[in-house]
Design a binder for this molecule. Structure first.
Ligand SMILES: *Cc1c(COP(=O)(O)O)cnc(C)c1O
Length: 452
């Protein structure tokens, strides 16, 4: 019989742990496999730490969101928010589901083109579009969402030397009852700036004004805020109908739906507080269909959801490096996943789960990453069973923003693997090597040699 591992006995303060709303503790089943692939095998084959994406979860979540909207409104089109996760394989899953591309830089624009997205199905957002970017987007007939007057004037200037007519929408910011307001992007609704931008565009006669866009914020827990935003955009659409006898093609409600992650400091877990796609869809479509917009010219409803479509599909698999008892008595577990790989740990209490069977004894634990830097904390306080050096852990709901906001810092970035619907794993981005990082570095001649 195999000898059992020895677990050192400790004396600890009695505590009930954080109950959830049903009065039970959470996070008590190990995650030993992801979509039918064993976590231990993944680590053995692709290393640790390791990002793992579930193709099934992406498709299921997308279809759920699409169903919620398309059953309530006749013309619905999603556009994948590239910055949320622009691994080409991930983007292409969304494209195979019918999603267009939503990009916020020339780099992302080129990425979408390289992925094979027709330029006429790219929405180009963001405050930083260079003249070259704009020229390219106009030439190829992409939708440009204008952020500020300087961008509008650049576009008007380009129309003087180009034969193509730019297809533009404006981004509108507004008070929809959630604070702080995101007033830095686009033109304000309440102070008349958005209306002024529309008038300036309509009067040039060289530009096709095709839509209205907003993106009211991110991780918005209040579906009704979208109802207010949609009603305000509908007002603008009606004003355009009246004054110019012009019908816009689309209203784009942006992204911002919450994911099921738990925000730091939240009382209830995000899985309990996150609104459903149906709730968001209800708020938006009710505002649009009840508005005075001419029903013969109902605009297409565009959605640019990022976080809510991809967070659940991502996992970070890691390994316990060491345990420490801090001078104040608290257990610290050091893992090989740092904040450089899990940027979202700055605002989420990510769910951390052992990948192997564990005892039902748990303890308040602080989880540190491997970086030699004080802020490298993955969880400040989490009830976990004691784990040993070499044990694996799985961090859930990390699909949004981590693979794009990650940092190359101190160490190299790991593999990203996609598990497909047949439980086959594919590397979709290889781990970095020192060569990858150093090939752009140059050392001036006088610094090449030294003696110590
Ligand atoms: C980031 C962004 C999105 C996606 O936002 P989520 O909060 O991830 O849904 C959509 N549209 C625009 C313009 C964005 O900048």
């Amino acid at each position: 019989m195999e000898k059992k591992h020895f677990e050192r006995p400790i004396i600890k303060k009695l505590q009930t742990g954080m109950p959830n709303k049903f009065g039970m503790k959470t996070e008590y089943e190990p995650i030993s496999e992801i979509d039918g692939v064993s976590v231990k095998d993944l680590v053995a084959n692709y290393g640790s730490p390791l990002y793992v994406m579930s193709e099934n979860t992406i498709r299921e979540t997308y279809r759920e969101a699409h169903r919620a909207f398309s059953t309530r409104y006749p013309k619905v089109q999603f556009a994948w928010s590239y910055k949320t996760n622009y691994m080409n394989a991930i983007c292409n899953i969304f494209h195979t589901e019918g999603s267009w591309a939503e990009v916020v830089s020339g780099f992302e624009y080129d990425k979408a083109i390289n992925n094979g997205v027709p330029p006429s199905k790219i929405l180009f957002n963001g405050p930083d579009k260079s003249e070259k970017d704009l020229e390219k987007a106009i030439k190829h007939g992409s939708y440009i969402h204008i952020d500020h007057f300087d961008e509008l004037y650049t576009i008007i200037n380009l129309t003087n030397k180009m034969k193509e007519r730019p297809k533009v929408a404006i981004r509108v910011n507004m008070d929809c009852g959630i604070y702080p307001l995101w007033s830095r992007f686009g033109f304000n609704y309440e102070n008349g700036e958005a209306w002024e931008a529309i008038n300036r565009i309509m009067l040039t006669k060289k530009i096709d004004f095709v839509g209205l866009h907003c993106h009211i914020g991110t991780y918005i827990l209040a579906p009704w805020a979208y109802g207010i935003a949609a009603a305000k955009l509908a007002d603008l659409a009606v004003a355009i109908e009246k004054k110019f006898n012009h019908y816009i093609k689309y209203i784009d409600m942006g992204g911002g739906f919450a994911s099921k992650n738990t925000l730091k400091g939240a009382f209830l877990p995000g899985s309990d507080t996150c609104p459903t796609f149906d709730q968001y869809a209800d708020a938006i479509t009710t505002a649009l269909i009840n508005s005075p917009i001419n029903h013969e010219h109902l605009p297409v409803l565009l959605l640019e959801s990022g976080r809510s479509l991809i967070d659940d599909a991502g996992y970070l698999v890691g390994t316990v490096l060491a345990n420490k008892r801090l001078p104040e008595g608290k257990l610290a577990t050091i893992i090989d996943i740092g904040v450089n790989l899990l940027f979202t740990s700055f605002w989420y209490d990510h769910k951390v789960t052992p990948a192997q069977q564990f005892s039902h004894h748990t303890e308040d634990t602080i989880i540190y990453g491997p970086l030699c830097m004080n802020i490298d904390i993955i969880r400040e306080n989490v009830q976990l069973p004691p784990m040993k050096k070499g044990d694996n852990i799985v961090i859930s709901r990390i699909g949004a923003y981590n693979m794009t906001q990650w940092m190359q810092f101190i160490t190299l970035r790991p593999n990203i693997v996609l598990v497909d619907s047949k439980s086959k794993a594919h590397v979709i981005r290889g781990n970095e090597t020192p060569d990858n990082i150093m090939k752009n570095e140059l050392v001036p001649e006088h610094l090449k040699k030294f003696e110590l």
